[in-house]
Write a protein that binds this ligand. Structure first.
Ligand SMILES: C[S@@+](CC[C@H](N)C(=O)[O-])C[C@H]1O[C@@H](n2cnc3c(N)ncnc32)[C@H](O)[C@@H]1O
Length: 290
């Protein structure tokens, strides 16, 4: 496990994933019943953007200026992006940054924590020991939050169904392993067996190497899982296949008519985060809602 999210924190993929994540929570919160918010691959919780330029042995180009950095100074933020940005800025201020340059970036567990209601509950899993130690320290004094040193796919079996009978599950693996898509497919199968109405959001990179075509195209995932209504959205920031050209989210059991909210949001983000010609967004139902 060599992946460290530190170097990518606040990049275009985080902006996209975290903005949509907050929208999903908000939509599910239209019902008053409490929710389990399960983050299977949670990371360390907080990322220091000033340190993100330092690699283990070489300097790296920080990625946040092409993500989070693209949002500052714009006066046309859609409400969903404005809410995400305010959550990020409020977190940064609470950590003591008074400077306009962002410094402390909240990972998915802190964003979920920020939008959780008193009746919601957060469970975050992380398998890499150093990342887990940091995550545990972050949430040591937080109520209604558990953090575990646990394989995220095992968590789907161990934590579902929750007593609340409702859950939003974020599956955000590092894609270091060749069989990550197979692990996800099996994880979704297990998760849906235990909680057929649960909402599952899976992040994936759009690269040739990651074999994405096997995953979300007709027949791929559906060889393994009998899917309920499932939405796929792609955000392409770069048409060159040699680089990470974009990322996607697979949303199983999205809130009702979530596509209508997501389409203009993804359009705006694709435009705001474009790094080269050839970008854009694509949204479609893998299994339509009825
Ligand atoms: C993309 S990062 C997570 C970022 C985080 N979800 C966020 O949005 O802020 C993926 C994380 O998964 C961890 N990880 C790798 N394999 C794992 C596994 N099998 N179970 C749980 N976590 C794992 C990595 O150490 C890494 O911290």
């Amino acid at each position: 496990m060599n992946y460290r999210h530190q170097f990518h924190a606040g990049n275009f993929a985080d902006v996209f994933k975290h903005t949509v994540l907050v929208r999903l929570v908000r939509a599910l919160q239209r019902k008053p019943v409490g929710l389990l918010l399960l983050d299977t691959h949670a990371g360390r919780g907080t990322y220091d953007l000033a340190a993100a330029a330092q690699g283990d042995s070489r300097a790296r180009t920080p990625e946040w200026p092409e993500g989070l950095g693209r949002l500052s100074g714009r006066d046309d933020l859609p409400a969903a992006v404005a809410e995400y940005l305010e959550l990020v800025r409020a977190f940064d201020r609470r950590r003591g940054n008074a400077d306009p340059t962002p410094r402390h970036y909240p990972g998915s567990p802190w964003l979920l924590h920020a939008v959780a209601r008193p009746q919601d509950r957060l469970a975050a899993c992380e398998l890499q020991p150093d990342e887990f130690a940091a995550l545990r320290a972050e949430f040591a004094y937080e109520r209604r939050t558990t953090v575990q040193l646990l394989d995220g796919y095992t968590a789907l079996r161990a934590m579902l169904p929750p007593p609340e009978k409702r859950a939003l599950v974020l599956i955000d693996p590092p894609f270091e392993s060749q069989d990550e898509f197979a692990l996800i497919a099996n994880g979704l199968k297990e998760g849906l067996r235990r909680l057929p109405g649960g909402t599952f959001a899976v992040w994936f990179p759009l690269t040739e190497r990651a074999g994405v075509a096997e995953f979300d195209r007709e027949g791929g995932l559906r060889h393994t899982v009998a899917l309920p209504p499932t939405l796929v959205v792609h955000l392409m920031v770069n048409a060159e296949t040699s680089k990470l050209k974009g990322c996607g989210l697979l949303i199983v059991n999205p809130p009702w008519q979530f596509d209508q909210e997501l389409a203009p949001l993804a359009d705006w983000l694709a435009d705001a985060l474009a790094q080269a010609p050839g970008g854009g967004m694509e949204l479609r139902w893998l299994v339509p809602e009825t």
